[in-house]
Design a protein. Structure first.
Length: 467
């Protein structure tokens, strides 16, 4: 039974993300009638960023925003140059990723890994986690992992593991990679852009360390469960339901010469991306150009016709329209707060609350706030658009670097994608694996708590070292 069918039978249906965001915008409009208007003085720093001047907050004349103005606020936000640039970049990424997916290269190399490590099954788990973590921190792979879940399950079962293990080593790999976000354009890229952190993806060295810690903790957790089930199948949390899943014949999937060329093209492109961002000052325009070319090159190497390449690009862009437009929808929250002149009032209130905390705990407070916000706003780009305009200046006021503020955002945004029922990523891979939500939650909740504790430790250290 699918998750969607189960929900319909119970009469419970989660509102669409756009509806949730619209309701938030509506609430913010109403709050402009309640929250006093106010503003800080701002001054430009050496890098051109406009920073709040601490201690300059003053109340001003009220400027409430009518709910009737919401459509206009949305159009204004969507049409702004900064939001437009981000949305276009997301569309390009979606088109390129669709082309790479359709070549079959990723599927083929996953299947090959399963064959190579027969008899060395423990190694499969960290390898799969690492492979999909790379997809998470480079292309922002999230809900796309549902395509690979049947392959992961087939590989896991072939070596004596179960459906949960096969699903976890794919899904959790993507989630920890996305969360660490070393070069992830959808969370770190957008958040740093909004926060004015330059160059984009700076501070990657610290995120690399976090990623390694995430992979180690996740691998040990999954291996512990997998080995327990292998020794005693009765420990399988799915019980008899596990046998109802159709397996994928991994032995029938082969790596071709074209697949190898496509992999080489992707590796070269990622190397160029890293170099360009680190040493050439690349930003969204250059990165979008690289992914645009990469998609076309992969299509040519796969032997696709020009028409098919164009069709797949359009299909990929269409598939990611939800995630792209959510930047504009969520950004409307900030537009309304600015129009109503309550954003500085909120910043001042948050800063006063956080500043009262001990120095080492201030950033933990930010992390917990972002974690809570990830329930109603589950999109990384959407949450960045909605919260970073507030959190970045709050960080300034309480003595945190903007790099650390972005780190608190990405860690709070990512990990709970494995458990929150609003997560399209989680719902996607559970639908593909046919694992009941209650079973998955029982399995993964301890891992999410462990990773959250690791995150808090790294956030505390980030404050100590002035990251």
């Amino acid at each position: 039974m699918s998750i969607e069918t189960s929900k319909k039978k119970k009469g419970i249906q989660m509102p669409h993300t756009y509806i949730i965001l619209f309701l938030i915008v509506l609430v913010v409009c109403l709050l402009t009638y309640v929250i006093p208007a106010g503003q800080f003085e701002r001054q430009e720093d050496a890098s051109g960023r406009m920073l709040i001047v601490p201690g300059t907050y003053t109340q001003v004349e009220s400027s409430p925003v009518s709910p009737l103005e919401i459509p206009m606020a949305f159009v204004r936000t969507l049409g702004s140059s900064s939001v437009n640039e981000i949305i276009f970049f997301i569309f390009i990424i979606g088109g390129a990723f669709e082309l790479i997916m359709q070549t079959g290269m990723i599927t083929a190399f996953c299947a090959k890994l399963g064959k190579m490590f027969a008899g060395k099954e423990k190694l499969l788990i960290p390898i799969f986690i690492t492979v999909f973590a790379v997809g998470g921190f480079t292309m922002g792979m999230s809900v796309e992992v549902l395509v690979f879940v049947p392959i992961g399950i087939a590989v896991a079962k072939a070596v004596g593991y179960d459906t949960i293990t096969g699903t976890a080593m794919i899904a959790m790999g993507s989630i920890v990679g996305f969360t660490a976000g070393i070069y992830n354009p959808f969370n770190v890229g957008v958040a740093q852009s909004i926060a004015g952190v330059t160059p984009m993806f700076s501070g990657a060295w610290y995120r690399w360390i976090i990623l390694v810690a995430f992979i180690v903790v996740t691998s040990l957790y999954i291996i512990h469960y997998a080995e327990k089930v292998k020794k005693n199948p009765s420990k399988n949390l799915m019980g008899n339901e596990d046998s109802n899943l159709e397996d994928v014949d991994v032995s029938a999937i082969e790596v071709t010469g074209r697949h190898k060329l496509i992999l080489l093209a992707v590796v070269i492109a990622l190397a160029v991306l890293i170099y360009g961002v680190a040493y050439l000052g690349w930003f969204i325009t250059e990165m979008a150009t690289l992914f645009l070319v990469l998609g076309v090159v992969c299509g040519i190497l796969a032997g696709f016709s020009g028409n098919k390449i164009c069709d797949l690009y359009v299909q990929g862009m269409a598939n990611i329209t939800f995630g792209a437009l959510i930047v504009g929808v969520a950004g409307t929250i900030n537009t309304v707060m600015v129009d109503g002149m309550i954003i500085d009032t909120i910043i001042n209130a948050l800063a006063n609350a956080i500043v009262a905390l001990p120095s080492s705990v201030k950033i933990i407070g930010m992390f917990l706030v972002q974690t809570i916000i990830n329930l109603p706003i589950n999109s990384g780009t959407g949450q960045a658009a909605a919260t970073m305009p507030i959190m970045a200046p709050v960080g300034d006021l309480v003595g945190l670097t903007r790099q650390s503020t972005v780190l608190a955002f990405q860690l709070g945004d990512g990990l709970t994608n494995a458990i929150f029922p609003t997560s399209s990523t989680m719902l996607g891979f559970l639908a593909a694996s046919k694992i009941p939500y209650s079973v998955w939650l029982k399995y993964v909740i301890k891992l999410v708590i462990l990773l959250s504790l690791v995150s808090m430790a790294f956030l505390t250290l980030a404050v100590v070292i002035g990251y």
